[in-house]
Design a protein around this ligand. Structure first.
Ligand code: FO1
Length: 320
C-alpha cells in the first residue's frame, strides 16, 4: 500500500469521524496521524466542561469506547446519574460513572488554567493513543442550533430534544474571537503536511465549525495540501446522526451531492476528491461538475476491516 510521506490531518466530529480515525490509526505509522476535533458540541453541564467529540475520538482510538453507543465508555455503570436523579438534578445527558472521571479530572485541570489541548494530550497519553488529538481551539466555541422553536445549545437540541425541532440554521458562539489551536496551526503552515481527510461527520455542526474557525479552510487551501472528503450521506441517509434530517429541513437535496455542493459553495477550491459510496456511484458526474474528483468505494464502516479499507482508500487518494 502507498502511504503519504508526511503527517496526515483528519478533521473529525464524534462517532462517524472516530470510526474513520480508527482505520487511519491502524494504517499509518505511529506519529503520522493528527486529528482536529470539533469542540462546538462542548458544553457546560453540572459544573463540568463536557467535550463529546474529543472524548469519542480518544475512547475509540484508546479501544475503550462503548461499541453499541459509539460514545462513552465500555462496561459503564450509572450510579452517579441515578443519585443525581434522586437529587432532582438534570439527568437528560447521560454521564456514566467512569466517563465522569474524565470530566471531573478535566474540569480540575482546566480550573488550574491549563489549556484544553494540554489536557487532551494528557488524556490521550493515559489512554495509550498515539495519534495527536487537538481540540480545534483552546478557546470556547459553542454551536447554537436555530430551530422553529427557538435557538438551542447543540446538546440541548441533540440529546435533550432528540433532534426533534425543525432546523433553520446554525451559529457558532465565540468563533469570531477563537484562535485555531496553535500546534494545529503550526502543523498546517509547516509545509510538512501530506494531506487532509474530512471525515464523514456532520457537515453543518461538526466540520463547518472546524473549517470556519480562524479561516482555517483558507489556510488549508493556501497550503495546497490535498484534501479528501468522505460523504456522510449514503443512499439518501445519514451514516449516523441528524445530518439527513437537517438537510431536508434546510431544503437541501439529501444526497452526497448535496453535501459536496455545501462544501463547494462554502469552501471553493478546497476539496480535491470527494468520496462516495458504491450505492451513490451515479452521482459522480454531478459532483464532478462542482469541481471535485470523485472516488467511489465502500464507505459504510461496520467492522474494523471496513474502517481500514476506507482509510486506505483515502490515504491512497492523498498520494495521487
Ligand atoms: N448522546 C446521546 O444521545 N445521549 C446522551 O445522553 C449522551 C451522553 C454523552 C456523554 C458523554 C459524551 O462524551 C457523549 C455523550 N453523547 C450522548 C454523545 C454526544 O451527545 C454526541 O455524540 C455528539 O455530541 C455528536 O457528535
Amino acid at each position: 500500500m502507498i502511504l503519504p510521506a508526511g503527517p496526515v490531518l483528519a478533521l473529525s466530529g464524534g462517532v462517524g469521524g472516530a470510526k474513520l480515525c480508527l482505520g487511519l490509526d491502524d494504517r499509518l505509522p505511529a506519529g503520522q496521524l493528527h486529528i482536529a476535533c470539533n469542540t462546538g458540541d462542548d458544553f457546560e453541564h453540572l459544573g463540568l466542561t463536557i467535550c463529546p467529540d474529543i472524548d469519542t475520538v480518544l475512547y475509540t482510538l484508546g479501544g475503550v469506547s462503548n461499541p453499541e453507543q459509539g460514545w462513552g465508555l465500555a462496561g459503564e455503570t450509572w450510579q452517579v446519574l441515578a443519585a443525581l436523579e434522586r437529587l432532582g438534578a438534570d439527568s437528560w445527558f447521560r454521564l456514566g460513572d467512569r466517563d465522569l472521571a474524565t470530566h471531573l479530572w478535566r474540569a480540575g485541570e482546566l480550573a488550574q488554567g491549563r489549556a484544553l489541548s494540554a489536557v487532551t494530550a494528557d488524556l490521550a497519553r493515559r489512554l495509550g493513543v498515539c495519534a495527536t488529538v487537538y481540540p480545534m481551539s483552546d478557546d470556547p466555541v459553542r454551536t447554537m442550533v436555530h430551530t422553529a422553536e427557538g435557538s438551542l445549545p447543540f446538546q440541548h437540541y441533540f440529546v435533550r430534544e432528540q433532534c426533534r425541532p425543525a432546523v433553520q440554521g446554525f451559529s457558532f458562539a465565540g468563533i469570531d474571537s477563537a484562535a485555531l489551536q496553535p500546534d494545529l496551526a503550526a502543523l498546517c503552515t509547516s509545509g510538512s503536511l501530506a494531506g487532509v481527510i474530512i471525515c464523514p461527520s456532520n457537515p453543518f455542526v461538526s466540520i463547518d465549525p472546524i473549517l470556519q474557525l480562524d479561516s482555517f479552510w483558507q489556510t488549508l487551501r493556501e497550503s495546497r495540501v490535498p484534501v479528501v472528503a468522505v460523504a456522510p450521506i449514503v443512499g439518501g441517509q445519514a451514516l449516523k446522526g441528524p445530518a439527513a434530517k437537517m438537510m431536508a429541513e434546510l431544503a437541501l437535496p439529501v444526497t452526497a451531492t448535496g453535501v459536496a455542493s455545501h462544501y463547494a459553495q462554502r469552501y471553493p477550491g478546497l476539496i480535491k476528491t470527494f468520496v462516495v459510496d458504491h450505492s451513490d456511484a451515479t452521482l459522480a458526474p454531478a459532483i464532478q461538475e462542482l469541481g471535485m474528483e470523485v472516488e467511489v468505494t465502500a464507505t459504510i464502516m461496520r467492522e474494523r476491516a471496513d474502517k481500514q479499507a476506507l482509510a486506505r482508500a483515502c490515504l491512497e487518494l492523498l498520494c495521487r
